[in-house]
Design a protein around this ligand. Structure first.
Ligand code: FAD
Length: 408
């Protein structure tokens, strides 16, 4: 089969939150950009559906917030946890210094379609679905493009810069030989839905007991449930059978016992394996990785999408002008890593602290009911209680849109 070739300024592999946001912002700034997404659409379930206050603030900065909030969504204004007998609120969002004092729960495909449709307003934006990046093209020690599989055959794309936004199983970071530090995750997650009744509590919450943990996200007409299991134990859970699984879910959430027969097939329970890792160096000449491709995030705190979007905004702020002038150097790419490495390390550090201090001991416990750690109790004090919500909602070092809009 023949190979077609095209040329662009920036080629982004992966149309997730990082890739779509970066593609949109670069096109908006007048930089020719080609975004490749291997799937035919964004319609995939269980991608994490949280849009954080910091991302909503960016929509405000872009003048798109009112339109964005017209998409169907629910609003989480507070998050609580039941740890054994202790009930602690870990997310108060009511005093955040931003326009939206809530996390919007919205299907991720709506968010990505929104970015795609706004990207398409610019001539510089070229989104190619069903196009999978398979290899890098390198010349004289520099990445000068990539090869992609398309329904019409192989496509070679030459670009001044290639950006790996292809998620935690990134092909590009592997092909580039970038070194990854595996930071470890003690758990995997089984996702399923249960219908929600008007009489149910409306709070999004987590519940931890000896040997088990469950999180329920309020999605208005249903609960998105995450049952957390020790890493690699999904087969054992399944071997015990659906009745045992339903019984455990009922013990964790007694109010939902009347609808557990909705889980009538393992097909309705999706396994998501959790990884936490980080690249030592996010770039090499002609290539940079951002989002999960640079740092896979644990689902704790539901902050991975937020970090991916923040990476994209920082990358656009730093790269747009050098891309327009054709002056991107390894130093420019280093500036992107330098800007985003601290927020990434800080957030992963917190996730690992919570994994080690709460999740691992709880999952390993055979009998004794877990207790909320002292620092959770301290964070209930009026002066301190807004700190975790702020970190969760805005992250550290929140980014702002600095790229201009160039019409055309
Ligand atoms: C169990 C679990 C639950 C989670 N829940 C949440 C949550 O509630 N909230 C939250 O904020 N985060 C959550 N996360 C983390 C979140 O999913 C990620 O951090 C976030 O999606 C990263 O965005 P990204 O754009 O970097 O990568 P991704 O979202 O992984 O997007 C990568 C894209 O690249 C495409 N792609 C992959 N390879 C190629 C290729 N070779 N060529 C072309 N395209 C390619 C993929 O199809 C995909 O569309 C969760 C993670 C896990 C494991």
């Amino acid at each position: 089969m023949s190979t077609n070739s095209i040329k662009t300024t920036c080629c982004i592999a992966g149309g997730g939150p990082a890739g779509m946001m970066l593609g949109f912002l670069l096109a908006r700034a007048g930089v020719p950009v080609t975004v490749l997404e291997k799937h035919p659409d964004f319609l995939r379930d269980f991608r994490g559906d949280t849009v954080h206050p910091s991302t909503l603030e960016m929509m405000h900065e872009l003048g798109l917030l009112d339109e964005f909030l017209k998409l169907p969504h629910s609003e989480v204004r507070q998050i609580s946890m039941q740890i054994g007998d202790d009930r602690v609120t870990i997310g108060y969002f009511d005093k955040l210094p931003v326009h939206c004092k809530f996390i919007a729960l919205m299907p991720q495909w709506d968010f990505l379609n929104f970015l795609a449709s706004h990207g398409q307003r610019y001539n510089a934006f070229d989104l190619r679905m069903r196009t999978e990046a398979t290899a890098l093209i390198e010349e004289n020690g520099r990445v000068v493009g990539l090869r992609a599989r398309t329904p019409g055959g192989e496509l070679a794309i030459r670009a001044d810069l290639v950006v790996g936004c292809d998620g935690r199983h990134s092909t590009l970071r592997e092909r580039a030989g970038l070194e990854v530090d595996d930071l470890g995750a003690p758990m995997d997650v089984m996702w399923f839905r249960l219908s929600r009744k008007a009489s149910d509590d409306d709070e999004t919450f987590g519940h931890i007991e000896a040997g088990r943990m469950m999180v329920m996200l309020n999605r208005t007409d249903y609960w998105q449930c995450a049952y957390v299991i020790p890493k690699g134990s999904a087969d054992e859970v399944k071997r015990k059978g659906l009745d045992a699984f339903r019984q455990t879910v009922g013990e964790m959430s007694p109010f939902a016992r009347d609808r557990l027969d909705e889980i009538d097939d393992w097909d309705k329970v999706k396994l998501l394996t959790v990884a936490v890792d980080r690249l030592r160096q996010w770039y090499k000449p002609g290539l940079i990785c951002i989002g999960d491709a640079a740092h896979a995030m644990s689902p704790i705190g539901g902050v991975g999408i937020n970090l991916a979007v923040q990476d994209a905004v920082a990358a656009a702020n730093i790269l747009a002008e050098p891309l327009r002038r054709g002056t991107v150097t390894p130093e420019t790419l280093h500036a992107v890593q330098q800007r985003r490495e601290f927020p990434t390390r800080f957030t992963q550090g917190l996730q690992i602290l919570l994994q080690n201090r709460i999740i691992s001991p709880a999952l390993a416990s055979q009998g004794e009911r877990p207790k909320a750690p002292w620092f959770f109790k301290l964070l209930q004090w009026p002066l301190l209680r807004r700190i975790p919500g702020r970190v969760m909602a805005l992250g550290v070092r929140p980014e702002h849109i600095r790229t201009p809009e160039t019409i055309g």
